[in-house]
Design a protein around this ligand. Structure first.
Ligand SMILES: [Zn+2]
Length: 243
């Protein structure tokens, strides 16, 4: 998922955004880089993000076999996903976006990425930084009666466009980490949106399958007025009917 500060793409990115994966390959205690990379082979590769229209994005992804977790192949896919997400830069990526029809997602949001968005927008979106998450075979649970949030959303697989998408404000996700251990995440706000967006990818759904159709627009038109009938961006209490 794009992190939603389109102006950054038009400027020169800070050096470490482009190269941090290579310039800082090993951080003790961080799960960002597999030990495979320590020895200089099987280096993570920044991959071209698959664009909408490719069948790999529109069909359900396959579960990763538990016995394959930790294998060189799965580790390579995860490392390539992280490198590609950070290079874009984005706040989330699903394996089908690098052409792998597997149920793996990665997500991460940083203070630096957030600094490119207007502070009032960050606050309204309930966006908080969080460390890299790698989830294999994620299962997302929606809480009945959860509040909703409508915001513009982008996708690295639909380059250059945005649309309003209604998402649950709180979700729970369980799955497996890259070490095979169970993971359970309770998320709210923007992180919950990223999780829903990435888990949708694994079902073969893109945000355009769920968007408010008349809000779809090129990034350069982002701030132009909304068409009649489009909901205003913001949080909507479950008990409140949006006008
Ligand atoms: Zn996406």
């Amino acid at each position: 998922m794009e992190f939603f500060a389109p102006q950054v793409r038009d400027t020169k990115l800070p050096f470490h955004y482009v190269s941090q994966y290579y310039s800082m390959p090993v951080v003790a205690g961080k799960e960002s880089v597999s030990p495979i990379c320590l020895w200089g082979f099987n280096k993570p590769k920044v991959t071209e993000v698959v664009q909408a229209g490719d069948p790999v994005l529109h069909e359900p992804a396959l579960e990763v076999r538990v016995e394959d977790i930790g294998s060189a192949r799965i580790e390579k896919i995860i490392n390539d996903m992280v490198a590609t997400m950070r290079n874009a830069p984005g706040v989330g990526l699903a394996a089908p976006q690098i052409g792998e029809q597997l149920q793996i997602i990665v997500l991460e949001d940083t203070k630096e990425l957030m600094s490119y968005a207007p502070p009032e927008e960050v606050k309204e979106q309930q966006r908080e930084p969080f460390d890299l998450l790698v989830i294999i075979n994620p299962k997302l649970t929606r809480k009945g009666g959860s509040d909703k949030a409508v915001f513009f959303e982008g996708c690295l697989s639909i380059d250059g466009y945005r649309a309003l998408v209604e998402r649950d404000l709180e979700v729970e996700v369980s799955g497996l980490g890259r070490d095979g251990n169970p993971i359970y995440i309770k998320a709210s706000g923007w992180k919950a949106r990223i999780l829903q967006h990435e888990c949708d990818h694994l079902m073969g759904d893109l945000y355009v399958d769920k968007m408010v159709p008349k809000s779809f627009r090129a990034t350069k038109n982002l701030r132009l007025p909304l068409a009649a009938g489009c909901p205003n961006p913001g949080v909507c209490k479950a008990s409140t009917k949006r006008v």
